[in-house]
Write a protein that binds this ligand. Structure first.
Ligand code: PAF
Length: 283
């Protein structure tokens, strides 16, 4: 696996592959790889001739109250895992490579509507940071396919919308969430959980499953009241619900009576970790 830190070396390799007519699959990450990330690499490998990944802890997507310095960094272990999964090139830029003028002078991408609400409301500016860095990485890597984990459901919708709105010739490939046996979605943030918190964290997903079943049971279900009940279940084990919303699966807007494809989006604090999860279902 080639490891490149600068834009010129990245572009040189990408151009060489393009001249040979090879397709490129891309897996952008912030590192601290677990099976969820590696499943993205495996998917990219099946779709494309060459797999490029990036590890960049993007300062633009962290809020002033979120400690980017505490974000887990495990570069050497990540590299070994990427090699084992057949990644061809890893791009590991520093912030001054990605944002040479600094964040204040950086043009940005603002995706409308799907970026509002849910995590967009709890973390103002987060999706602007995500869309901007992913747009820059897409321009550098010029992938044919880009794989994203569905655990970050709203992020996938934001990126899909950016690609459609800005006519980017890239196929976004959403990949199913990898879960522990308990149902807990794999996440770098699970590393913040104590052993005891790990036993209560699966309640987030269990409460979402309970909510989906209640909604499927009855066409006249009062979704807001049921969501409030699910939130109480989450809080009752010692977590603190940030939000639990049932919305249209693509627009992420409130559900109307005729909507059949729905998703539950939820976030909850568990000790030092803020966990997010989602559950897509039809009714
Ligand atoms: O999901 C992530 O790890 C990040 O939000 C991403 C897509 C790599 C952008 O920094």
């Amino acid at each position: 696996m080639q490891i490149v830190k600068d834009i010129d070396s990245l572009r040189t390799q990408i151009k060489a592959w393009q001249r040979e007519g090879l397709t490129i699959g891309f897996v952008p990450t912030m590192g601290n790889h677990h099976q969820g990330h590696l499943t993205l690499v495996d998917n990219a490998k099946k779709l494309a001739d060459k797999v490029v990944s990036s590890i960049f802890v993007n300062p633009m997507q962290f809020g002033a109250n979120e400690d980017i310095d505490k974000y887990p960094r495990t570069m050497e272990a990540d590299q070994e895992k990427l090699i084992a999964h057949g990644c061809d090139l890893l791009f590991t830029p520093t912030p001054d490579v990605v944002y040479p003028k600094g964040l204040d002078k950086q043009s940005f991408v603002e995706v409308l509507d799907v970026a509002d609400g849910h995590c967009g409301e709890s973390r103002p500016g987060h999706f602007r940071g995500v869309a901007t860095v992913v747009c820059k990485l897409f321009n550098l890597v010029q992938p044919d396919f880009a794989c994203f984990g569905l655990k970050d459901y709203q992020q996938v919708q934001v990126i899909q919308t950016m690609v459609e709105d800005l006519n980017m010739p890239i196929e976004i490939v959403p990949v199913a969430t990898v879960r522990e046996e308990s149902g807990l979605a794999l996440s770098s943030r699970n590393g913040y959980l104590t052993a005891e918190e790990k036993t209560i964290a699966p309640t987030l997903y269990q409460s979402m499953q309970w909510l989906a079943e209640r909604i499927k049971e009855s066409d006249t279900a009062d979704i807001e009241t049921l969501a409030a009940e699910a939130s109480t279940k989450i809080d009752s084990v010692g977590m603190r619900t940030d939000y639990i919303n049932v919305v249209h699966a693509r627009t992420l807007q409130p559900v109307s009576d005729k909507d059949k494809e729905l998703v539950i989006l939820a976030a909850a604090h568990c000790g030092k970790a803020r966990l997010i999860d989602n559950l897509q279902f039809s009714r």
